[in-house]
Design a protein around this ligand. Sequence first.
Ligand SMILES: [Zn+2]
Length: 92
Amino acid sequence: MKKVEYLLTDGTHIELEYDENAPCRACGLPVVSASMGGTDLCPWCDCGKHRNGEPMTLAEFLDINLLRMKAKEIQNKLDALKGVKQNGKVNS
Ligand SMILES: [Zn+2]
């Protein structure tokens, strides 16, 4: 569990606790960190980008299943790259 503090427009603060492993309401991947969109929207989706920095397309904004499929595909590639860095070799 993580905590985040939001500054409200009336100048007060609220502190929320959230599960960083809970699925993002847009991409479905673990939210990792709260964003300005809330504790259930990952920072990447909040900025309209995939986790590799690639901008989301209009088609992905309009079709959540397409967005989630692409997000998972990118995450799998990033995980594979992380494995290469940790093991020093490519898994075949
Ligand atoms: Zn997301």
